[in-house]
Structures are given as structure tokens and as C-alpha cells.
Design a protein. Structure first.
Length: 172
């Protein structure tokens, strides 16, 4: 008799993974690359859905399979990268939808929005990250100096120090 525990053990690496994670009944087999499935995955990622959520669906490959596709297939890797770059824009649209939805508790909406903002800042720091401004004190503003200017100042300080030491030696 084959039980759910022995059904997947130890035929392949994915079965071992499922066994260790006690995922007996939802174990998805390693699938060959499918361009239609790949396009669907890329579109859903660009719409802001997580890879974990996509791969839990019916007739979808496992996350390990998708990672293998990214690693082994240059066309899919390019599409996947572009989808990941478009994802923060989908998060922005989700923020707008959440802020307009009055059916949920405002604290829950606030948490969702801050989580999406954090994810946007991590995914696209140049576009959505915190803007850091370098400004000095109004009474003592920052001074920008190039290497030549720094060299001149250093030479002046060293020359002045050498002259002071020479004068001190002459007095003694």
C-alpha cells in the first residue's frame, strides 16, 4: 500500500523537498519550460502578484522550476527581469485602490499601504526610495572641493608647519 508519505519518497530532488516541507498532496512535478506558462507568470508578476502566490495556483510550476527557468533560459530571464522592474508601478496602483476602498478598517489599509511603500522602495530605490539630501548647517554650509584644491590646502598646512618648526629650532 502506498501512503502519502511514501508516494513521493525518494524519487527525485523535488520529492525530497516536498517531503521535508510536508507538502505531500500538493507536490508539483518539475516541469519543462512552457512559453505560454512563462508569459502568464511574467504578466502576473508585472501586475504585482508574488511568485509564491502564482505558483500555488492550479497547473502552475513550482517556484524552484521558475527559478530554474530564469537561470537556464535567457529570454525568460529578460522578461522576468522586466516584469520585476514593472512591479513597483503595479504596487503604486494597488496603493491608490486601497486608499479609495472604504470598506476596510483604516488601520488595515494603512498597514497595507506602508507595506507596499516599503516594497516599492526596496524594488526601485531610485524611483520610490527615500530621497537623501546632503545639506550642511546654514551657518556653516558644506564645501565641495576637488582633489587639486585639497592638495593645495594640504601643501599650505605642511609648509606652514615646517616653517614654524624651523623658526622654533632657530630660537633654541
Amino acid at each position: 500500500m502506498i501512503t502519502s508519505r511514501t508516494r513521493y519518497w525518494p524519487h527525485d530532488a523535488h520529492a525530497v523537498f516536498c517531503y521535508r516541507n510536508r507538502n505531500y498532496d500538493t507536490a508539483q512535478p518539475m516541469t519543462a519550460y512552457s512559453s505560454t506558462t512563462a508569459v502568464l507568470i511574467v504578466e502576473r508578476i508585472a501586475d504585482g502578484e508574488s511568485l509564491r502566490g502564482i505558483c500555488q495556483g492550479e497547473s502552475m510550476p513550482s517556484r524552484e522550476t521558475v527559478r530554474r527557468w530564469v537561470r537556464d533560459n535567457p529570454e525568460f530571464r529578460q522578461s522576468y527581469t522586466e516584469a520585476m522592474q514593472a512591479r513597483p508601478d503595479a504596487f503604486l496602483e494597488q496603493i491608490i485602490d486601497i486608499s479609495n476602498d472604504e470598506t476596510k478598517d483604516w488601520q488595515h489599509r494603512r498597514l497595507q499601504i506602508s507595506t507596499l511603500q516599503w516594497a516599492m522602495a526596496k524594488c526601485a530605490p531610485k524611483k520610490y526610495g527615500e530621497k537623501i539630501t546632503h545639506a550642511g548647517d546654514p551657518d556653516a554650509p558644506l564645501i565641495t572641493a576637488d582633489a587639486v584644491d585639497v592638495g593645495r590646502r594640504l601643501a599650505f598646512i605642511l609648509t606652514k608647519s615646517a616653517l614654524e618648526q624651523q623658526e622654533a629650532a632657530e630660537r633654541s
